[in-house]
Design a protein. Structure first.
Length: 407
């Protein structure tokens, strides 16, 4: 067996993945250890069955979250962040947000410190999973949510604080803007550079994965210089970097009678509230969606609900130097240690990770096996309570059923 080696990044952004890559993992808090155990078993089986022992992952445990705090007195030790950066690809379970201990959210801190600017959330229907939609099989979208700025940058001041009063004073004196007394204040920065790198990564993903369109979701009719600018900069980067591979929706109708030429991705934009309607009414018209942070938070959970809920929604946070794949739900503390919850979100995130590493056959093996396990109706409590005739199995058993389905 090959010796464990680090993954590295080439100057064009592509990855060098050895046969035995070192992959750091964060188990997570609450239900994290349960879903991680099941996930690890499924990933290892998929890699083993797909590559017949030629490839194997060498896991490296990182102490982050409550375990990090117990051992090092730090919820997010610098060492862990450095290890993720050095190894390029990592995977994590959910982390508790420590209350009153200085960090707003560990998950947000990891994204910001590692500059993981794109939160990527694929949303696709898995047959038999109960969905509130009439035709859930029409849903195949991937949300690219900007991760580092917008209202989530954390620039805000409490009502009545010296800082809020100073900002209110400045706005009144210098800008002639009068705020209601005791306003809490938050700042919404959206920049051209951060918008363009996010939209460029969404366009690249659409091109590489055969999606027909990238939709810029924004609220620019109201917030012209932030959300409106997001859409303008999105169109700009499409012209600057992908002129031969993209057309706008206007060009689609003016020059091509509504039929996109082979190989071209259509760039369109939609006002956020309208897009919420359209993904319900005409989901097949949307593929990749690129959007600022707050919109992205809302639309990705809403889309996950359309295909059956957060328990099965995978996600990744991707930057130019590294990527962290993660369960999209939280730590569900009431189920800690019960071996009960659905590990599907982390398992599907593991499949995304394998795709990202270029081990696509193994990623596909996992998705096919999850589909087969659910069709066999041997599922965890959350799905069992909704699927008629289902047999409820534990978290670890669900992992075993998935492995069984790989043949
Ligand atoms: P949550 O942990 O996502 O749990 C809410 C509910 O969602 C659970 O009670 C359960 O519903 C269902 N659920 C979550 N994961 C599930 C799974 N794997 N299988 C089946 N059902 C699942 O949300 P929360 O209670 O608001 O947050 C708890 C902690 O997690 C907080 O500290 C929060 O900050 C943190 N959090 C972390 C992340 C992250 O690490 N990315 C994300 C969100 C929240 P039922 O009760 O109906 O069974």
């Amino acid at each position: 067996m090959a010796t464990p080696e680090k993954i590295s990044t080439n100057s064009d952004g592509s990855l060098n993945v050895p046969d035995c890559p070192i992959i750091p993992f964060i188990e997570g808090d609450g239900i994290g250890p349960d879903i991680w155990r099941a996930t690890r078993a499924v990933i290892e089986a998929a890699v083993e069955k797909t590559y017949g022992g030629k490839r194997k992952i060498s896991w490296l445990k990182l102490l982050v979250g409550e375990k990090g705090y117990e051992k090092t007195g730090d919820f997010l030790p610098d060492e862990a962040l450095k290890t993720i950066e050095a190894n390029v690809v990592a995977i994590k379970g959910p982390l508790t947000t420590p209350v009153g201990k200085g960090i707003r959210s560990l998950n947000v801190a990891i994204r910001q410190k590692l500059d993981l600017y794109a939160c990527v959330r694929p949303v696709r229907y898995i047959e038999t999973v109960p969905s509130p939609m009439k035709f859930p099989e029409m849903i195949n979208m991937v949300v690219f949510r900007e991760n580092t700025e917008d209202l989530y940058a954390g620039i805000e001041w409490a009502s009545g604080s010296d800082e809020a009063e100073a900002v209110a004073d400045f706005l009144k004196k210098e800008m002639g803007v009068d705020l209601p007394p005791l306003s809490g204040i938050g700042i919404k920065p959206i920049s051209p550079a951060n918008t363009k790198r996010l939209v460029a990564s969404a366009i690249l993903y659409a091109l590489e994965n055969g999606f027909p369109s990238v939709t810029l979701m924004h609220k620019g009719n109201i917030m012209k210089f932030t959300e409106g600018a997001f859409a303008q900069w999105g169109y700009q980067v499409a012209k600057e970097r992908f002129a031969d591979q993209t057309i706008t929706e206007a060009e689609l109708w003016d020059q091509y009678d509504g039929k996109a030429p082979e190989g071209k991705v259509v760039i369109k934009d939609r006002i956020a509230d309208m897009l919420f309607q359209q993904v319900l009414l005409r989901p097949d018209e949307y593929g990749v969606i690129a959007t600022p942070n707050l919109n992205g938070d809302y639309i990705s959970d809403a889309l996950a609900a359309q295909v059956g809920g957060l328990g099965m929604a995978p996600g990744a946070n991707i930057g130019d130097t590294c990527a962290v794949f993660e369960a999209t739900h939280g730590t569900a503390p009431k189920y800690t240690g019960m071996d009960k919850v659905n590990p599907g979100s982390l398992i599907l995130s593991g499949a995304m990770m394998l795709d990202y590493m270029g081990w696509k056959e193994a990623g596909t093996a996992i998705r096919d096996a999850i589909q087969a396990a659910i069709k066999a109706r041997r599922v965890t409590y959350d799905l069992a309570r909704q699927i008629e005739g289902a047999e409820e199995v534990k978290c670890s058993e669900f992992g075993a059923v998935i492995v069984e389905q790989m043949g």
